[in-house]
Design a binder for this molecule. Structure first.
Ligand SMILES: [Zn+2]
Length: 161
């Protein structure tokens, strides 16, 4: 099983990517679509700093969105109560469900900028090309070309008005 850097897409030795539920979900979607490669996901040493920054940015954003989701949920559920609603339990439950869905959508938005964490300290895998981590083969394609499998059709079709 080759180990591939999630940042530059090269076959490298590196820090293992933490397997969380998002990675797990992506894997499941990919194997369902038949495009799973079952590579070991790593972050190579050259990309580690960049990865760390991206991860921190994502975590910040996730906390912010999470706070927005919680506040929005509470407002939607509690405000009607203050205005004399809340006598009807069924209505309250309906509102709570709607608010929960809304909160979930906000959190899903935060996940669009998802960036996986990695485990520093240990390295796994091996380098793909001759065991050299730094050398670039002359015929090597630019890394960006091999990178994105483009699984998100959501914004692709959007055009500026
Ligand atoms: Zn890399």
């Amino acid at each position: 099983m080759p180990s591939v850097c999630i940042e530059c897409g090269n076959e490298r030795m590196g820090y293992p990517v933490r397997e969380d539920y998002v990675i797990d979900a992506i894997r499941k979607v990919k194997s369902a679509l038949g495009v799973a490669k079952n590579n070991t996901l790593v972050v190579c040493q050259g990309c580690a700093d960049l990865r760390k920054q991206k991860r921190e940015k994502f975590e910040q954003r996730f906390v912010q969105y999470g706070a927005v989701a919680v506040i929005a949920f509470l407002l939607l559920v509690l405000v009607p109560v203050f205005f004399g609603g809340g006598k009807n339990l069924v209505d309250m439950i309906k509102t709570a469900i709607m608010a929960a869905v809304l909160a979930l959508v906000v959190i899903l938005f935060a996940l669009l900028s998802y960036s996986p964490a990695y485990e520093p300290g240990k390295t796994v895998g091996r380098d793909g090309v001759g065991g050299m981590a730094t050398s670039k083969e002359p015929g090597e394609k630019p890394v960006h070309a091999q990178k994105k499998p483009a699984p998100k059709p959501t914004k692709a079709g959007k055009r500026r008005k």
